[in-house]
Design a protein around this ligand. Structure first.
Ligand SMILES: [Zn+2]
Length: 487
């Protein structure tokens, strides 16, 4: 027998733990302001720095946010949830324990749907619970480490996917996070800023031979702060673990960091066996009671969610599935679109300009739609100017760039630049005559050899001659008449 060894092909199995900082005004158990950044250790009090004897007071707004998120994620709500102490020692946690929820979280048994390559897949969610964030450590030059407790006690929601995991590829992992972020930002409980750490995602990845239903040893990836990093991190771990197994090695259960510059994961600490947190019910807080009335009140105040809005955009504005998904990816984008679609009365054209030229301009200046220098009103007015024949589509491309750089009013820019479509039929006819005279060979080829395909060249030349200001319909009509193609 030959000794040829064929490499086994592996597929990933991915569980997701996501932490979302809640957009409450104050912290979870004290009145300190809940805000990102700031001068270190300026938003702290005896409660959130963990002084002995300080007593926590529950933030009802934070509980309500978790109820809202749980409902948006199709979870059941536990009417009697409770808080527990998770005990561990770390320099960013001065009181030596974190108040969290252990065995009775607020939300359980939920799901969200993702779409990858046109296929919808349901990702089950095991639990949604509320806890407090820790402080932050800074390691500066030399061996110095500093702690900033501004983040200590910020309300934090944890969302954990179910076991066995539904996510089976890097694409699905990214799609899950994109959808989760969309839902959380739509319902206004989290700002979703991954780069500021207000939405943090830790995938745990194991691999198994394609088609098998066994489970391998998993590793957890930390410090992923973009959708792309989540995709790349899962992809890297899948390859790394597959190579280890194919070379006869063993995957070690551990926590791995993500090096974004090198696009690799690296070992942080091994995690053999479960850590012992000695959970026990938090003695300083009464158990939660979440009444049916409260749940119904929250349900009634729920805004339209991304999937519903996507389906409505398709039905109401005649958008393709792709366009509707693109334009509902975040709430600000969807709001912008809906406003410009309504104001312009041309939803399809508004969508095309947003997904084309406007998206390019936003991307090239790394600007979010919320800070777009072109208002929905201005975009709608521009679409109107194209539709009523004031400007050509070609001129509109230059116009939107100028609107973007100056925040100017479209009609004022058109007047100042002399961009109105030429209404004078004689002027367009003169341009056509000039182009025909200069391109006699092309004209002959069209008329004598029937090369009608070359007709577009003449149209282009006339548009160029008129600096894009001729009405394309008029140009086509005059050219056809002169070529004798009409009637
Ligand atoms: Zn405080």
């Amino acid at each position: 027998m030959s000794e040829t060894v064929t490499d086994v092909e592996y597929e990933p199995v991915v569980g997701m733990e996501c932490h979302a900082e809640l957009l409450t005004n104050s912290k979870m158990f004290c009145g300190c302001k809940n805000e990102f950044g700031g001068e270190p250790n300026t938003r702290c009090c005896p409660v959130c720095v963990g002084m002995p004897g300080a007593l926590p007071v529950m933030n009802k707004g934070a509980v309500e946010f978790v109820i809202r998120a749980s409902l948006a994620l199709n979870c059941q709500i536990n009417p009697h949830a409770k808080f527990d102490r998770k005990n561990y020692f770390y320099p960013d946690l001065p009181k030596g324990y974190q108040i969290s929820e252990y065995d009775v979280p607020i939300g359980v048994k939920g799901w969200l749907d993702i779409e990858v390559n046109g296929v919808t897949k349901r990702i089950h969610i095991r639990r949604v619970h509320l806890e407090e964030d820790t402080g932050k450590l800074f390691h500066v030059a030399g061996d110095d480490s500093h702690v900033d407790l501004n983040r200590s006690g910020v309300p934090l929601m944890e969302i954990v996917t179910d076991f066995p995991p539904d996510i089976q590829s890097a694409e699905e992992g990214r799609a899950y996070l994109v959808k989760l972020r969309a839902i959380l930002t739509y319902i206004g409980v989290c700002d979703g800023k991954m780069e500021e750490g207000s939405l943090r995602c830790e995938p745990n990845v194991s691999v198994r031979p394609v088609g098998s239903n066994s489970f391998g040893t998993k590793t957890e990836i930390k410090n992923l702060n973009s959708f792309r990093a989540v995709f790349k991190g899962i992809e890297f771990e899948t390859l790394r673990q597959g190579e280890i197994l194919n070379s006869g090695g063993r995957v070690i259960q551990e926590t791995r960091g993500w090096n974004d510059a090198k696009q690799v994961t690296f070992s942080q600490r091994s995690k053999e066996g479960e850590e012992e947190y000695r959970y026990f019910p938090e003695p300083d807080l009464v158990p939660l009671f979440i009444s049916e009335e409260w749940i119904e009140q929250v349900r009634a105040s729920m805004p339209e969610l991304p999937d519903a809005r996507r389906d409505r955009f398709s039905a109401e504005y005649g958008l393709s599935a792709y366009d509707a998904a693109f334009l509902t990816e975040n709430r600000a984008l969807a709001d912008y679109y809906e406003q410009s679609a309504k104001l312009s009365g041309d939803p399809k054209s508004a969508a095309n300009w947003m997904m084309g030229d406007l998206s390019k301009l936003l991307n090239s200046s790394s600007t979010e739609i919320g800070d777009c220098p072109v208002s929905p009103e201005a975009l709608a007015q521009m679409v109107g100017l194209i539709n009523d024949g004031t400007i050509s589509g070609k001129i509109a491309k230059a116009l939107i760039e100028e609107m973007y750089s100056t925040s100017g009013v479209p009609l004022e820019i058109v007047e100042a630049r002399g961009w109105r479509t030429i209404r004078d039929a004689g002027a367009v006819q003169a341009a056509v005559d000039k182009v025909f005279a200069a391109n006699a060979d092309v004209v002959t080829a069209i008329i004598e050899k029937g090369l009608v395909a070359k007709r577009g060249f003449l149209v282009g030349q006339v548009m160029r001659e008129t600096q894009g200001k001729a009405d394309p319909g008029e140009v086509n009509r005059l050219i056809d008449a002169k070529l004798g193609l009409q009637g």
